[in-house]
Design a protein around this ligand. Sequence first.
Ligand SMILES: CC(C)(COP(=O)(O)OP(=O)(O)OC[C@H]1O[C@@H](n2cnc3c(N)ncnc32)[C@H](O)[C@@H]1OP(=O)(O)O)[C@@H](O)C(=O)NCCC(=O)NCCS
Length: 156
Amino acid sequence: MPDKVHKPVEPASPMPEFDKAPVLRVRAMPADTNPAGDVFGGWVLSQMDASGAMTAARRSQGRVVTIGIEAMKFHKPVLVGDELNCYCRVVKVGRTSITVDIDTWVRRYLTDEPHHVTEGIFTYVAIDQTRRPRLSSTWGWTRDDEHEDWALTLPG
Ligand SMILES: CC(C)(COP(=O)(O)OP(=O)(O)OC[C@H]1O[C@@H](n2cnc3c(N)ncnc32)[C@H](O)[C@@H]1OP(=O)(O)O)[C@@H](O)C(=O)NCCC(=O)NCCS
């Protein structure tokens, strides 16, 4: 039965339209730079991690922790003043884990120029209050065979 309650992989979306709402949008500020004035890769990574965690928490209806990051690539630099946009897509739901593909785009300061700056695959584990992994079969997603879709069944 576990297969019946796993939310399936979402269909691959085309490159996000730049004005589509990202999971997270934030401006890179001077405080986010190193002494040379470049934005820290770690700052960008933490924005991605936070946006992926929000996506995974919503999917699992609860607390999550990051367990792995792979296929991380920094394509272009992020500059002070850039508007950073993180787009997230759930690509896998396992027994206790959720894998999120994250693409980050910036709009350069005072321009409309979009640049694809980073991408990465972030994996989160759903945990309970005692930090033990929560099974995806308990997350509340059920299959609506009539409409060939998945729905969240909330308690009560
Ligand atoms: C999350 C945690 C409770 C999981 O416990 P664990 O015993 O290591 O769990 P498991 O080995 O059973 O793995 C759990 C899931 O993660 C997956 N996983 C493990 N290592 C992974 C990795 N490097 N990359 C991606 N997925 C990974 C497993 O495949 C498994 O997925 P599934 O249940 O969907 O099949 C524990 O590792 C932990 O607390 N880690 C610290 C998390 C944290 O603090 N993150 C913030 C870091 S600053």
